[in-house]
Design a protein around this ligand. Sequence first.
Ligand code: PMV
Length: 310
Amino acid sequence: MMEKTAWHSAHGKVILFGEHAVVYGATALAAGIPDALRARAWRSEDEAYISIPAWSLKTAFFQGDGLLQKMFCMLTEKLQLPSRHFCIEIDARIPHASGLGASAAVAVASVRALGDLFDLGLENAEVNELAFACEVLAHGTPSGLDNTLATYGGVQTYRREEGGAYFADVTLARPFQLIVAQSGKKGYTAKTVARVRTARERDKARYDNIFGRIDELGRRAIDALSQGHIDALGPLFSDNQRLLRDLGVSCEEIEQVIGLAVGAGAAGAKLTGSGDGGSVLIAAMDEIRLSHMTQVLRVNKVPNMRVCLE
Ligand code: PMV
């Protein structure tokens, strides 16, 4: 076995406000999930594969034309790698197809590991750009939010316009914790984004009005959090969720988790990511309510974790 590189991390992400709307130019507010996933690489004589044991996945890079194959062919070309004989192992602490930015995190951590293996001295801006190219392969018209958060983490506002992507750190007046619960249904970004696109083509005015209202909620949340008014978050989550329902991207499984959370005293809850499955963000304002919520979710067999925003 050849020598392996060190582990290279990437962030996962939660979108607090602005999923889908961000694809059409709205400002989103999102936060990185630190060390959600890491990758290491090594050269190999005869094999070339990626393995992600946590997702029971192992696949050869250069046979077939699945997404990972396309992604690594593209990366090999763009990075002008001197050899196609390498393997990558991913240690994933977030589930895939769950709205937590797993595909962008795989891209970012893999690019960093390959950069180390082939001594490429890649800067974050290059890592981000390559991961964006992977996201284009994965779902056609990404906003670029996932790869940006996977690369840089933190709490950020993100907006994409024709001229490029604009993102900036948000300084929170104080840190706070959120619960991220799994709906139990996988959500597939490409499919959901395409569905919203088709629906918007049929009724542009209605959809752009919804995107504008989501943008407005995001801006109010940014103001509230920068001033330390974290109590405002719950009701804003619930307002955003109503608009996501109007977009048609919620589903029964998500609504069940939201119902459970609100019934147990959550200040508000919404889906995060592309929806139609995936994860739910729950705002519960203090440690007592956070612990109670975790307990209720556990009893109801809803996998969940805490994310600290600071
Ligand atoms: O489901 P995820 O984690 O891939 O998030 C998708 C977020 C969208 O706004 C729906 C699409 C995008 O490219 O921003």
